[in-house]
Design a binder for this molecule. Structure first.
Ligand SMILES: [Zn+2]
Length: 177
């Protein structure tokens, strides 16, 4: 078995959605599947702890794929969050919360050209799209040039500031840690 459903990841996600409503509330309106994988996740040559995706394929394979996903998971999720089971086992609770928050943040509520949020006409659930990271950079660019653009300057400020300990504590409490 390469993928298994994870109640623990779901628990973290539900706690995070409840406590970080402003950023994650729209994720709570959808049907998200939380899976562990036993296979290493590699993206653009880098090993990753997890990823978020929208379970959809185009054209002729669509019907078969939707059927296969429903068979495998038991329902048709609006989005998938997949976590490397081995890496998960090595993380602290705070790291687990940060990882799940990170993956949930990739799920953006799609909007129409006029800026109205889109919903699935059959289920009434939000339609998601994948949102990219605020900052993507190589260590050696920062080593040579420092915080050379606005996104990095902003992130440097955040790294120097205190993290939101109260909310993180509340998440850990909600998952029983
Ligand atoms: Zn990411």
């Amino acid at each position: 078995m390469k993928f298994t459903k994870s109640q623990e990841v779901r628990k973290f996600a539900n706690a995070l959605i409840g406590i970080f409503q402003e950023k994650l509330g729209h994720v709570g309106e959808g049907n998200i599947a939380y899976l562990f994988t036993e296979e290493q996740i590699v993206e653009a040559g880098k090993v990753k702890a997890g990823y978020a995706c929208i379970p959809q394929v185009q054209n002729r394979q669509r019907k078969f794929y939707e059927w296969a996903v429903e068979k495998a998971i038991g329902y048709s999720p609006d989005a998938l969050i997949v976590i490397d089971k081995e890496i998960w086992g090595m993380l602290t609770d705070v790291q687990k919360a940060a990882l799940v928050y990170h993956e949930l943040r990739h799920l953006k509520h799609s909007t129409t050209g006029a800026g109205k949020p889109k919903y699935n006409s059959e289920t009434g659930n939000p339609i998601y799209q994948i949102e990219g990271h605020d900052v993507e950079e190589f260590n050696d660019v920062i080593e040579h040039f420092g915080a050379w653009e606005g996104g990095l300057v902003n992130m440097k400020g955040l790294l120097d500031a205190e993290p939101d300990k109260e909310k993180v504590e509340a998440v850990l409490k909600a998952v029983g840690k």
